[in-house]
Every structure is written in C-alpha cells, then in structure tokens.
Ligand binder design. Structure first.
Ligand code: ACO
Length: 192
C-alpha cells in the first residue's frame, strides 16, 4: 500500500470509494475544490491490481504500465496491466467560511474512508496522520476538526484512541437521517 497526495486525476476514484463506504456524498466539484484549494491536505492509499485488458492499449508503456501478454481461451491475446487502484482516501480542507466564529487557522476533515477488504491494516490512521501533518506544515493549522456519527464505533475509536481527538460537542440531528454527530477536535501545536 502506498500513501500519496491526491491529485485531480484521483477525484473520480475517491468519489467512487466515498459512495461505497459512506452515506455522506459530494459532487465531483466539491472534491475538485478541495484538491485545487489545499492540494497538500488530501491523500489516497493505493495498491496495484492486475487489470485485464482485452485490447492492447498503445499507451500502456508510456503510461508506465508493463503489459504482459497472456493466452486467451478464445484465441485472442489479453493484456494484463499493473493498474493502480485507490483503496482509501482522506479529503481535507482548511476552514474557509468567512462566517465562522473562530478565526484561528484550522483544518477540517471532510471525509475519510477505506475499502472494506483493506480495513484494520492501519491505512486510515496513516492517511489521517499525513493530512494532519500537512495542514499544520503547509497552512499553519492550529487544530483540526471533524464530525462523526455517534454510532460509528470504528471511526470513533480511530479518532479518539489512535489519534487523540477530543469530543467538543454533540450536534443534534447533524446528519440527514437525524443521527447526532460528535464534533471532535485535535490540537496540532505542541504544548509550550
Ligand atoms: N472497531 C473498533 N475500532 C476500530 C475499528 C473497528 N472496526 N476499525 C478501526 N478501529 C480503530 C482502532 O483503534 C484501530 O487501531 P488498532 O487496529 O490498533 O486497534 C484504529 O482505528 C486504526 O485503524 P485503521 O486500520 O487505521 O482503520 P481502517 O483503515 O480500518 O479505517 C475507517 C477506519 C476509515 C473508519 C473504516 O472503518 C471505514 O472506512 N469505515 C466506513 C467509512 C467511515 O465511517 N468513515 C469515517 C466517517 S467520519 C468522517 O469522514 C470525518
């Protein structure tokens, strides 16, 4: 598994992962807004998967894939590419709402998810740490905030126990289906 900064080329795959994993979904332009405004704050976890192409793609080698010819039972040749696949993402931003009460520069985790078969491998924790570090380094974020469903045990454990976030308040009926959210926060500055 590789963790790298997310680019505009990843937003479709990030949206797909989000649709798979969470009921809170966003339009592509919202992903684009994150990546263009705070390119350092969002990350993807990737792995390589063998993708079988039935047709030879002339650009395979240019694209960095190494096509391997295999025999197809129907007699046609098939090509296997070592294709990069996104298995998790973190979508992060800086708070930019001019109406926000708190003018202290701070980051916000908009969305985080890891595909089911890749969970409990430490991927979400790594994605979060990269994003938190970047928010602090690149944008001088003093703290980072997020919302999580009260019933989301896995995410709550991750934020509270692995990353030391604290619950700052409960937001009643924050989600569309009426569920409450924990508003959580982590200070990014070392205590003096
Ligand atoms: N039960 C209890 N604790 C868990 C669980 C679980 N199922 N999964 C993760 N944790 C906690 C543990 O403390 C774990 O540390 P440990 O393994 O040392 O005990 C820690 O989180 C780190 O786990 P990771 O392996 O890094 O987490 P993973 O890669 O599995 O991803 C995630 C966790 C993102 C919550 C995943 O379960 C997921 O994608 N869920 C669906 C989407 C989701 O809920 N996203 C968060 C919504 S909130 C938001 O986006 C701001």
């Amino acid at each position: 598994i590789t963790i790298r900064q997310a680019t505009i080329n990843d937003i479709q795959a990030m949206q797909n992962a989000n649709l798979h994993n969470l009921p809170e979904n966003y339009q592509l332009k919202y992903y684009m807004y994150h990546i263009l405004s705070w390119p350092q704050a969002s990350f993807v976890a990737t792995t390589y998967d063998d993708i079988v192409n039935t047709k030879e793609d002339e650009n395979d080698e240019e694209n960095g894939f190494l096509p391997v010819v295999i025999e197809d039972p129907k007699g046609d040749s098939a090509y296997i590419n070592r294709g990069e696949k996104i298995v998790g993402y973190v979508l992060g931003k800086m708070e930019d709402d001019p109406e926000a009460d708190d003018k202290t520069p701070h980051g916000h985790i908009t969305s985080l998810s890891v595909m089911r078969t890749y969970r409990r491998m430490g991927i979400a924790e790594k994605l979060m740490r990269q994003s938190l570090y970047a928010m602090c380094e690149s944008f001088d974020a003093q703290y980072v905030s997020l919302h999580v469903r009260k019933s989301n045990r896995a995410a709550l454990h991750l934020y509270r126990d692995s990353l030391n976030f604290e619950v700052t308040s409960i937001e009643k009926s924050y989600y569309q289906d009426g569920e409450d959210a924990y508003a959580m926060r982590l200070s990014l500055k070392l205590e003096e």
